[in-house]
Design a protein around this ligand. Structure first.
Ligand SMILES: [Zn+2]
Length: 482
């Protein structure tokens, strides 16, 4: 927490730029595929390889996705935005410039809220603009290879204000943006494949100061844990510089997770080096009247709102509400179980424990679950109706997982119906008491801890099928000599 961070009299100031790859089928300005993992240069054309005279055409879906995300971040959407050329030389950038939005971005002035250690945090969103990705070079000793499959892939760059003051706040912010992108289904969020990358701007000042000192950018971090670790390292490095009077240079650094340190990549170009100007090949993006409102109406309920609603409507603990809303798929599944069972707390327990554990072990998503939400709901209902005990339910669940059968079918086939017949349970209790005279005497002599032993024996005798409530009740009476 910012109020209690281990940085002594210093306060870190952190802002994050997130590059999210939009999950469109084709690239930002051409029809080439965005599929990941294709053969080298399989997905290229004259536009994304910058053949002379080739003309870019804007991908409408990318605009829709960007507006969706902009709205989810509470941004104002500009009805006239402009693509500019950002000039720089890099071998994997064949045009010699990147098409990006500069002074007239699509989305501006939003905010993101999240909960950290029980406290609501807010980070401002300065802007979110569209741009294209570059290709990829790999270096092999004396020669380098260029793969342009990624060149021209649509990106949304989400720029936060310098509002975060601890590595934990920064990592949680990145997680939150990632979660929202996935909820909207506008980015697959795949960190290993580079669909979601963070550039972290870090500076340090004395607590109580209101100035911005020289900031350092740590580029291309693709793990939330590394966001936290890289920022922490960088803060400590900068504090060390300040303490020893060493100058902090404005530069771009990279994070090495193996050594857990940042190292310099290049000194930072000033913004004016890029010589931005509006791309003459592209018309401004002008949104039809009513379009933004139409997209707004299609937005799903966002994770934090949904978690808060779960707490109120279903009376489940805050912790459960966050676990159950971490992915839209999970939240949708949970609500279906609630609907089918009418028992929100039991539904939450079964989803969060048995089901999540099995899915995890099998490396399956909720959509791939062999147990449907309706089936799990029906099983919870069988427990609530007293047809099966909670203990037997675990057997039923395992069987549902293995066979995909409905719970009532399994209960019938395996003869798992709970025993609620008083005389049958009394008979089992009588047998247990008769078979354990020493324990019975000890219990009656005051050793009440033995009660659990008797419960266990009766349950064993009834193959776990006796109603635990009735066993407790009848056993107490019988042991008391009744
Ligand atoms: Zn292309």
């Amino acid at each position: 927490m910012s109020s209690n961070h281990p940085f002594g009299s210093y306060e870190p100031v952190i802002g994050i730029e997130i590059h999210a790859q939009l999950s469109t089928k084709s690239k930002m300005f051409c029809a080439s595929s965005t599929e990941f993992g294709a053969g080298d240069n399989d997905h290229i054309c004259e536009v994304c390889t910058a053949m002379p005279g080739a003309l870019p055409v804007v991908n409408k879906k990318a605009i829709e996705y960007s507006i969706k995300m902009g709205l989810a971040l509470g941004c104002q959407i500009r009805d006239r935005s402009v693509f500019s050329r950002k000039q720089y030389f890099y071998p994997d950038l064949p045009k010699g410039y990147q098409i990006s939005q500069f002074d007239l971005p699509l989305c501006e002035h939003g905010k993101v809220e999240y909960i950290l250690d029980g406290k609501k945090m807010e980070v401002s969103i300065t802007r979110a603009h569209m741009e294209e990705d570059a290709g990829k070079s790999t270096h092999h000793g004396e020669y380098s290879l260029i793969n342009l499959n990624r060149a021209g892939t649509p990106l949304l760059e989400i720029v936060s204000g310098p509002d975060m003051h601890s590595p934990q706040e920064a990592a949680e912010y990145a997680r939150t943006v990632h979660k929202i992108l996935r909820y909207l289904d506008v980015c697959d969020g795949n960190l290993e494949e580079g669909s979601f990358r963070c550039d972290c701007n870090v500076s340090v000042r004395k607590k109580g100061e209101n100035i911005f000192n020289t900031r350092v950018e740590i580029k291309n971090i693709n793990s939330f844990r590394f966001v936290e670790k890289a920022i922490e390292y960088e803060i400590l490095r900068q504090i060390d510089c300040m303490e020893t009077g060493e100058k902090i240079n404005q530069e771009t650094r990279l994070y090495d997770p193996d050594k857990n340190r940042t190292f310099m990549m290049r000194s930072k170009e000033e913004a004016h080096d890029y010589r931005y100007f509006p791309d003459p090949d592209l018309l401004p993006v002008i949104l039809e009247e009513g379009y933004v409102e139409k997209v707004r109406r299609e937005l799903p309920e966002l994770p934090l709102k949904r978690a808060e609603r779960f707490q109120q409507e279903y009376k489940i603990p805050e912790y459960d509400s966050f676990v159950l809303t971490q992915e839209k798929e999970i939240a949708d599944y949970y609500e279906k179980v609630v609907k089918a069972s009418g028992n929100p707390k039991a539904a939450s327990n079964w989803v969060m424990t048995e089901l999540m554990r099995e899915l995890n072990d099998a490396k399956k998503t909720f959509a791939q679950s062999p147990v449907s939400a309706e089936q799990l709901g029906a099983m919870v209902m069988l427990i609530d109706k007293g047809t099966i005990s909670g203990k037997i339910a675990k057997t039923v669940f395992a069987e549902m997982w293995a066979t995909g059968k409905n719970p009532d079918v399994i209960v019938k086939e395996k003869g798992l119906v709970q025993i609620t017949d008083t005389s049958a349970i009394e008979k089992a209790i009588d047998d247990v008491i008769a078979a354990n005279p020493a324990e019975t005497e000890a219990y009656r002599g005051g050793k009440e801890k033995l009660f659990g032993f008797f419960v266990g024996q009766v349950m064993k005798a009834t193959k776990g099928q006796a109603s635990p409530d009735m066993v407790n009740q009848l056993l107490k009476k019988k042991l008391a000599g009744g």
